[in-house]
Every structure is written in structure tokens, then in C-alpha cells.
Design a protein. Sequence first.
Length: 117
Amino acid sequence: MENHKLVLPEHLNHYGFLFGGHLLKWVDEYAFIAATMEYPGCNFVTIGMDRVEFRKSVRQGTILKFIVEKTSTGTTSVQYLVHVYRSNNLEDSNFIFSTKVTLVRVDQQGKKIPLGT
């Protein structure tokens, strides 16, 4: 799955760079969307993200590209690898970071339930 996001002034810190928290929010959101589309009718919550190390800075007006790939499935959880690049160019010079996002399926009370039910 592929998504894009435009970096706007409200996403920047006082130095003019993208707040890392906004980027993590978008990564979490796109992983959630991937899980929800793959498992319709299931409720998911994020239980973890792998190591996060930002390799490039991001300024206002940058279009970010998010590539989301499923990497594993458990009994109650699913994991996605999310790659983030500046612009539409997937060259290493535009790579910002990647992380694995793990989501778990929950019922209405917030208890884990199997993906297949």
C-alpha cells in the first residue's frame, strides 16, 4: 500500500523542521489503514513500533511517500513494515526511515481476539 502526505506549516517545530511526532502519527495511521483494509470489520490498536531513527530532515512543502508492507501475522496481531521517503523518488538519498508497526485485534472491551474470528 502506498500513501502520501504534504508537510504543512503546522507540522513544523520552531526550527522549521518536521516534528518527529507527526511523522510517527502518520506511520501509525497508515499501518492502521492497511490492517483495517486487509481485515474488514476488525478493530485494531497499535501495540508497538520498532526502532525509529530519522536519517533525513524534512521541511515545509515536502511530499512524503509511505510504503506499507505486511511482514507477519500472529494469532491476534499483524505487523507492517512502513518505509518513509521524501518525494516520489525512492533513492537512498531520500530515505527518511522505516519501522515495523505491530497492531493487535481487540473486541469492544479492548481484549485481544484472534484475527480469524
